[in-house]
Design a protein around this ligand. Sequence first.
Ligand code: HEC
Length: 151
Amino acid sequence: MKIRRWLLALAGLFVLIQIFRIDKAVPAVDPAQDFIAIAAPPPELQQVLKSACYDCHSYETRYPWYAEVAPVSWWLKHHVNEGREHLNFSTFGALSDRDQLHALEESVEMVEEGEMPLGSYTWTHADARLSEAQKAQLVAWLKGFGAVGAK
Ligand code: HEC
């Protein structure tokens, strides 16, 4: 039977690709450069940042079980890599003053427009679905910190 053979081949392929695991290693960084350490937002916003942004925008990624299963793991790691590339809260303190300010402005924009956290992420992470009140609080605080905190 043709279909049976195809299914077997697919299953074999699925097993084979499990060899290619994602790299979860992170470099050693100075904890004093972390955004939350520097900016000291109120506890409820620290919680919001950790549960809605830090998985992709820091070295503190909490990997779910399916991060062990290719090809989903590759897709997930791609988001983490890209997220860190655009903005890494773990090394926020190493940015120039101008870049810090820019990162804050971009974050305000992303949250206001509902583009961050990514839709595919909130679908699987209920604790990252921000209420309108949480969004408003985060945006107001980011704007305030941008005005006084980041030089
Ligand atoms: C599932 C991973 C993921 C989560 C969670 C996430 N982001 Fe992102 N973020 C990305 C990726 C990928 C990009 C780059 C591609 C893009 O802009 O879509 C990005 C880009 C950004 C950028 C840069 C935009 C630009 O144009 O340079 C900012 C700022 C940002 N995110 C802020 C946030 C904030 C704030 C949160 C939490 C409220 C958050 N993100 C949550 C993955 C994520």
